[in-house]
Unconditional design. Structure first.
Length: 296
């Protein structure tokens, strides 16, 4: 849809009504479904958070929002080990019937979605029943009629082709804002009982998702790939850049100090794969001690 940028925000009821009607017609034409907060099929886990979206716009199978799910997030600058970890975790999750929620960003998000898509195509090629598979849910920071980053447009198409879902709280035609990324993260955390982080240097947006999950009373786990040698090198580079930006007054101290070690010290467990994730879910809180070198 056509977008027009404006430097000032002025309420114009007539113009807003016209915009709403165009958005409605667009949704109708492209089969985009709308879920209101009070609708029966609005996801209960998301309804429970402190600031749930008033409305969700959905392309694909919206029933996935009420199914068994796990959220997987991580940095965009992913090591080869992290790429493998995100894809394999997602692949194993959907073959177990669990939906995988992520944000369609570059890096861990993309590999998580790809793992779910690959599982569907592998099952289809082998003549196996794909109905038993979980699917993948991509939470967009943009309006429902956009795909950001644009390079993931093909992946978004595959998500829909394999029975997955694209979801956004923004109607067609809404302009993209930087703060949408953080707002999107609360939805990713809110749709699942647990969030798994695959590689996240200090200041990573995936740690904001982890913060949201903890605030919601959900589980947060870190994949062991987060602490691999290449991941540490990437984190060191990121930390050095953050320190320079902090010295220039561009970032807060909190962003530098918000790193995986903080979560581990608070008791967040480290897992090795999806099977270990399930095992960890069943364990009593505090069973695993990731501190004092006992990471794995």
């Amino acid at each position: 849809m056509e977008r027009k940028l404006s430097k000032t925000v002025i309420w114009d009821g007539k113009k807003n009504l016209e915009f709403a009607r165009k958005a409605f017609q667009f949704c109708k034409a492209y089969g985009i479904k709308c879920l209101l907060h009070e609708d029966r099929n609005y996801p209960e886990l998301l309804r429970q958070i402190s600031d749930p979206p008033y409305m969700l716009f959905c392309r694909g199978d919206e029933s996935l929002l009420t199914g068994c799910s796990v959220s997987l997030v991580g940095t965009r600058r992913l090591s080869p080990e992290g790429k493998k970890a995100a894809r394999e975790f997602s692949y194993a999750a959907v073959t177990d019937g669990t939906n995988v929620v992520s944000g369609l960003a570059n890096g861990a998000d993309g590999f998580a979605h790809q793992g779910a898509v690959d599982a569907f195509f592998d099952y289809e090629e082998k003549g196996l029943d794909t109905a038993s598979l979980g699917k993948t849910i991509a939470v967009l920071p943009s309006s429902i009629d956009e795909v950001i980053p644009y390079s993931h447009k093909r992946l978004a198409t595959q998500i829909l082709q394999t029975g997955g879902l694209l979801v956004s709280e923004y109607e067609p035609g809404r302009d993209m804002e930087k703060w949408h990324y953080v707002a999107r993260n609360r939805i990713i955390a809110g749709l699942s009982p647990a969030t798994v982080v695959v590689e996240a240097p200090a200041g990573s947006g995936s740690l904001i998702t982890a913060d949201f999950a903890l605030e919601m009373g959900r589980d947060v786990m870190f994949h062991k790939a987060t602490f691999g040698e290449l991941a540490k090198k990437i984190a060191d580079t990121s930390n050095a850049e953050l320190e320079r930006q902090h010295a220039d007054g561009k970032v807060s101290r909190y962003k530098i100090e918000n790193r995986p070690e903080k979560f581990l010290e608070a008791g967040a467990p480290v897992i090795s794969d999806y099977k270990d994730y399930l095992k960890c879910l069943a364990e009593a809180p505090g069973t695993r001690n990731p501190v004092q070198g006992q990471l794995f």
